[in-house]
Design a protein around this ligand. Sequence first.
Ligand code: F1P
Length: 358
Amino acid sequence: MLNNDGQRPGTHTWNELISQGEVWQSVLSQLQASPVVETILKGSAATREWVFVGCGTSYYLAEAAAHSWTILTGMPARSIPASEILLYPQNIQAEGAGVQAVVISRSGKTSEAVRAANVLVGKLNLPTIGITCAEHSALERECHHTILLHGVDEQSTVMTRSFTSMLISLQYLAARQAGNQSFIDQLTESAKHTSLAIHKVARELETFVASHSFDDYIFLGQGAWHGIAKEGALKIMEMSCSYSQFFHTLEFRHGPKAIVSERTCIFFFLDKAGCEAESEVLVEMKALGGITVAVGKAIGAGARPHCDLIIENSAKLNDLASLASCTIPCQLLGFFTGVKKGLNPDEPKNLSRVVILD
Ligand code: F1P
């Protein structure tokens, strides 16, 4: 079936999604040669706390970036939806020196993100960095410095490679702040590994979607992976108009597991620190009849027999360097589910590429 421009449904989204490994390699090269990155690093020597801000996918990115930042630098970091800064600026508690704001926006045009940057700079007098994939943006005009990623932006409404590229960019910045060249090397390795592995993962997800039908989707993650769980849930909603939710993995036992059935798809992001406790939840949910997907590197022998699908990251990489790649199976699940339902991921229902408010 072809859509009105003679292309298969989701062509733009597919091409952007499947290009992530190559694009990440280009992004890391851009960052290594970026004068803006050097200026930011020089200017943040006295920074004691980082605040990451965004909307939608970019807010979930902010959450994953904040966790990554604390793990890599040891500094406090938090994520805030842009709307909270607009509605409750007094709650940001950012008085005093040493707080650095980072506003994340693929388009650089989202009204709430641009307005939040204006409040951070003007009202709260905070040094504010932007990161975006679009040139000459309103966000860039509001921020003191802006990291602009070339060759990343999408034609599609749904964010895929822009999410993962801006995430690894912020992880790169954190690693540079911490003088952790080994982690930067791991990011480069993750990009190369993803280029080689992404088509195999795509085939596995296509087969999985073709052989199952679900009423609802659950994404479970702890720590930095909770932001990935939120993004996974959003991809399914955006690309396939399916009902999905996210929880901290261990929180799922405290009531929400009531919905688990044979028609519930449950994604578990298993990281080294939490895998033992998270795997116990996986075994329990399988026993309740749920269909379980394990994503990560720490899928232990105890969990494996209870997984309906396992997507394993490269054994050579540490967990955090694989954080972005954990998003890809969710993007693929949303894409193939949307196409299976006769939808066109390039034209998601009800959505606009950028939310512009009057
Ligand atoms: C943020 C956003 C996306 C969403 C849709 C509308 O965009 O809310 O998360 O998927 O594309 O815009 P941006 O501020 O990152 O451009």
